[in-house]
Design a protein. Structure first.
Ligand code: HEC
Length: 384
């Protein structure tokens, strides 16, 4: 240990040239990475009781290293070991950008370990919608006993979007006290209607039988064609269906083609689904169909318009100029209304996609439909 300490002193006091002497040949992974910093980092990581606050130059080198190597193994090791709050904001940014990956969750765990979870909470309550949802997810993965106090207020916050609040319900579902909290709101009739589907999914599939049983008295998943109760999304994703049968459902009973294009067929009311299997995971696919308002695709928000004559039109906003507004209705018809005849134009929180499409399908048909949608993938030149 003494020798390592000694080497550290030399690196810190000597010039840049010395680093060359330790050059193992793989120093130049990143353009901005200073080889001397890398050496310092490797050395301090080997020193069992090194205190970062005792050496300003070593600390500066570590911070520089952290800023140039986000996400590397050493990056996490250094933060775990020295907990430098100076990089909390950058760590939060990194975690948010990788919220659906192991590394993002690892970052969030460290933010909690550094007691910097307020950074995540601020983002969860912030204006940026994408960040807010990611921050809520990370709190759910890393927050442990803090999940409830951090996320409960969001559920009843009228400023938070339905998407952030449904993400909060899902995050609360990761702990048993979170599940009990959501169940409490349900039994007291305090859970907003638009959150009931998300709540039903987590509570009805709870590992805790008494939670699942109590929830079943208050919450039901939407009905299907043969009146079979719809299984929770957790259950549905475990099943496999027949993609060919699913394609038929998409084109017939499902009425999906009335609003979506697939490989040139269909009507462009909603997004083109030709590559949807590459975009959405299997569970996100179920949620998109069963609870469309949970996460409305960007640019596909529904608008409700009332004219001065009392005509009501709802649809997607296709264009808006100084003169007129054009909305595309759920039938795929474009309606243009002059600005000076518009009494009111408001963005809605619900999707234009109907809420109860599964009603015309059996559970098996729904599973087949999703199987088909999962096959709609980006065609890469190699597989073409
Ligand atoms: C009345 C029109 C309409 C019908 C019918 C309809 N959709 Fe949609 N769908 C939309 C709109 C509008 C959106 C975009 C808004 C949103 O995300 O909710 C959408 C979004 C989606 C998405 C998410 C797309 C994305 O890029 O994230 C999927 C998946 C989807 N629909 C599948 C289906 C399937 C499967 C059916 C048939 C069972 C169907 N839709 C029927 C209008 C419709």
């Amino acid at each position: 240990m003494k020798t390592i300490s000694f080497i550290l002193t030399i690196i810190l006091t000597c010039g840049f040239g010395l680093a060359g002497a330790f050059d193992s040949g793989n120093f130049c992974q990143s353009q901005e990475l200073d080889p001397k910093d890398k050496l310092i980092v490797e050395t301090v990581l080997r020193l069992k009781d090194f205190d970062i606050e005792t050496s300003a130059p070593a600390k500066a080198a570590i911070l520089r290293y952290l800023r140039s190597q986000p996400g590397s193994e050493q990056y996490f090791k250094l933060i775990e070991r020295f907990k430098p709050v100076e990089v909390a904001d950058e760590l939060a940014r990194f975690s948010l950008d990788h919220a659906d990956q192991t590394s993002g969750v690892r970052g969030a765990v460290l933010l909690f370990a550094m007691q910097q979870e307020q950074t995540l909470l601020a983002l969860a309550n912030g204006e940026n919608q994408v960040d807010a949802v990611s921050a809520v997810k990370l709190i759910g993965h890393a927050g442990g006993t803090k999940i409830v106090p951090m996320l409960l207020p969001l559920l009843t916050d009228s400023k938070a979007t339905a998407e952030t609040r449904t993400a909060a319900v899902a995050a609360l579902g990761r702990s048993s006290d979170g599940q009990e909290t959501v169940l409490g709101l349900v039994t007291q009739g305090k859970l907003a209607d638009e959150l009931r589907f998300a709540a039903a999914n987590i509570l009805l599939s709870s590992e805790n039988d008494s939670i699942a049983e109590m929830a079943s008295k208050h919450l039901q998943l939407p009905a299907t064609a043969n009146r079979d109760p719809l299984p929770t999304v957790t259950e549905l994703v475990k099943r496999t269906g027949n993609a060919n049968a699913g394609k038929m459902i998409f084109r017939s009973t499902g009425t999906c083609l009335k609003c979506h294009k697939v490989l040139g067929d269909g009507t462009a009311v909603g997004p083109d689904l030709s590559e949807i299997g590459s975009k959405l995971s299997r569970d996100a696919m179920y949620v998109s169909i069963l609870d469309p308002s949970q996460a409305i695709s960007h640019n596909y928000e529904t608008y409700a318009l009332i004219t001065d004559e009392g005509t009501q039109i709802s649809g997607l906003l296709i264009s808006e100029t100084d003169e007129a507004v054009t909305l595309r209705t759920s039938e795929g018809i474009d309606k243009t209304v002059k600005q000076d005849t518009i009494e009111d134009l408001k963005k809605q929180s619900s999707s234009l996609m109907p809420q109860d499409l599964q009603k015309s399908m059996t559970v098996e048909q729904l599973v087949d439909l999703v199987e088909y949608l999962m096959t709609l993938r980006t065609v890469t030149p190699a597989t073409r």
